[in-house]
Ligand binder design. Structure first.
Ligand code: ZN
Length: 264
């Protein structure tokens, strides 16, 4: 199911995968589509694409819930699709990722992307492409320095982090949040939690929470507690995604990435 509404000058497409209760957003601003949603939403997204002319697609990263309809767009609309150069070869092959992610979001057909330049132009606006790794190593954010609007992909998601994927890194996420805070921005468009008028505040809040969490983990680690013990103390709840993903998502990765980050 998709819902379409406008925030500021941005058309927000809020997609919900009903069977899993998961959300993913696609945004259209000034003829530029930011991310392409999940294949599971393709039928409805195609209807949206046909009603809303666009000139280019920019992708925040290559995960299947952001690139699920890129192949359709390429084949039917023939507009350029920009992606971090690291993932261009990966996306020229059909998506290869765990079954639980295919069940949730669907597949990701092969498509040909162009490397993201440092700044990208839509019809009338200019967007600074900011490398913000941590959630994924090909992750970027798009900032309009004139309007203060920021598209942050999967960097923000929630002010409090409880579970992450094994490929994510808390220290890198924190470095990226700090990098964003050096820029001037107000509103935030997140790919999983939507629009925030007070985006800057939300990013600051997330960073503060991660700083506190890091100090906690580091001090427990120094006291000699094991990863499992630290996890049990800080994250005692067993989130459904942990079992469903066979531990690709786990609170344990939050703990280990902080401990490993300290030794780097
Ligand atoms: Zn992602």
């Amino acid at each position: 199911m998709i819902e379409v509404y406008q925030k500021e000058n941005v058309i927000c497409v809020e997609g919900t995968i009903e069977s899993f209760g998961r959300k993913v957003f696609v945004y259209l601003v000034d003829g530029m589509l930011v991310d392409t949603g999940a294949e599971k939403l393709q039928k409805e997204l195609i209807r949206f694409y046909k009603e809303h002319p666009m000139d280019l697609v920019t992708l925040t990263h290559s995960h299947e819930d952001h690139t699920g309809t890129a192949a359709w767009i390429q084949e039917h609309l023939n507009i350029p699709i920009y992606l971090h150069h690291k993932s261009i070869p990966l996306c020229e092959q059909p998506g290869n990722y765990p079954e639980y992610r295919k069940q949730t979001w669907g597949g990701r057909k092969a498509f040909r992307a162009l490397p993201l330049p440092e700044t990208i132009r839509s019809r009338t606006q200019e967007w600074t492409v900011i490398e913000t790794p941590g959630h994924a190593d090909d992750h970027v954010s798009f900032l309009n320095e004139k309007t203060g609007q920021l598209f942050s992909g999967d960097l923000f998601v929630a002010p409090k982090t409880k579970v992450i994927m094994d490929s994510e890194s808390i220290p890198l996420i924190m470095a990226s949040l700090r990098k964003l805070l050096k820029y001037d921005f107000d509103s935030l468009f997140c790919s999983h939690s939507g629009y925030f008028e007070n985006g800057r505040e939300m990013i600051e809040k997330k960073l503060q929470n991660l700083e506190k969490l890091t100090l906690k983990v580091q001090s427990m680690n120094r006291e000699g507690l094991s990863v499992e013990e630290i996890k049990q103390k800080i994250f005692p709840l067993d989130y459904p995604i942990i079992g469903f993903s066979e531990n690709q998502w786990d609170s344990r990765h939050v703990v280990t990435s902080i401990i490993e980050g300290e030794h780097q």
